[in-house]
Design a protein around this ligand. Structure first.
Ligand code: ADE
Ligand code: ZN
Length: 337
């Protein structure tokens, strides 16, 4: 392992933008298909991997939703989550805020209890065994209606103690955040935090809408904020975190090459930028791979890497005392290197 990777893995980090369905590795997809006597439309792990050649967000989402079909019962969700948490722990992740897409599963007849039960037992196990803390964020699929999102929120009411916030994901263009104003209002009234994907493929105006209408605490992606200088100034002023996912952005052609990524400029402009893996099984790397890729392509300094790790803790939903303890630990690790 090269030194930048060693240093990055040693730094305590939070991962704040991770879709649990996006951690389904091809090998596990085949294992789960075999477990359920299902046939995948690919002859081998390699053939499935070759399908991971995306033109844009929608071409990825088609493969991602098809892949989720092998997740059928509580044990599947447990095994999926457990594998991710072990992998994240090896990358130095000390706290994970995980997205899940209930509608992808309930639409196939999988009970919400199985989804939340399986993810939840793996999260508790990782807390006990690895000391890795967590939050769970329920995402609404924005290509579906607000009424369907509202029904999903109602279904989740018996599980509110397991859920910290709501998010908004799936096909962005043509599905502005404002379409989900009522369901986010209801979620906030229930005491849930709000986050939303905005400014990944969609325009900077969607980021404004997520802030003003959905009243989010973080913007997921947000890289298109650069197109709007006034918005950028606002994001700096409000210290509104962006959960940026560099490998995802290159694989989904938001940026043609990693060298073109604007993360370095956003960081230099004073934004609370964080680095995350989004759907690591599909985009070629977990969180430390994302740090290494941007560090190399953009020539980030050691101080900037430390800043990114510190930002991830700051932007998390951890209580202040725990944030303080992790920031101190980051300073110790950075100083010792
Ligand atoms: N669902 C999973 N990954 C996503 C992404 N990058 N953008 C929108 N929806 C998603
Ligand atoms: Zn995402």
């Amino acid at each position: 392992m090269e030194p930048a990777g060693d240093f990055i893995r040693a730094l305590p980090k939070a991962e704040l933008h991770l879709h649990i369905e996006g951690t389904l590795e091809p090998q596990m997809a085949f294992q789960l298909a075999a477990r359920h006597g299902m046939a995948l439309p690919y002859p081998s792990v390699e053939a499935l991997q070759q399908a991971y050649d995306f033109r844009d967000l929608q071409s990825f989402l088609d493969v991602y939703y098809a892949g989720a079909a092998v997740l059928r019962d509580e044990r599947d969700f447990h095994d999926l989550t457990s594998a991710y948490l072990r992998r994240a722990h090896a990358d130095g992740v000390v706290h994970a805020e995980i997205f899940f897409d209930p509608q992808t599963h309930t639409a196939r007849g999988v009970a919400l209890e199985a989804v939340i039960g399986g993810i939840g037992s793996a999260l508790r196990e990782a807390e006990r065994e690895l000391g890795l803390s967590h939050r769970l964020i329920l995402c609404f699929l924005r290509h579906l209606s607000e009424d369907e999102a509202m029904r999903t929120l109602e279904q989740a009411l018996p599980h509110l103690q397991a859920i910290t916030g709501v998010g908004l994901d799936s096909a962005e263009c043509g599905n502005p955040p404002g379409r989900f104003a009522r369901v986010f209002e209801r979620a906030r009234a229930l005491g849930l935090k709000a986050v939303a994907h905005a400014g990944e493929e969609g325009p900077a105006s969607y980021i404004r809408e997520a802030l003003d209408v959905l009243k989010v605490s973080r913007i997921d992606h947000g890289v298109r904020s650069e197109q709007d200088p006034q918005l950028l100034a606002r994001l700096v002023h409000e210290r509104m975190p962006l959960t940026v996912c560099p490998l995802s952005n290159v694989r989904l052609r938001v940026f043609e090459r990693m060298e073109d990524h604007n993360l370095g400029r956003l960081l230099a402009a004073g934004l609370c930028v964080t680095v995350n893996s989004d759907d690591p099984a599909y985009f070629g790397g977990y969180v430390a791979d994302n740090y290494v890729a941007v560090q190399r392509a953009l020539g980030l300094s050691r101080e900037q890497i430390v800043q990114l790790a510190a930002n991830s803790i700051e932007a998390s939903f951890l209580p202040d005392a725990q944030k303080k303890a992790w920031q101190e630990r980051i300073r110790v690790v950075a100083g010792a290197a």
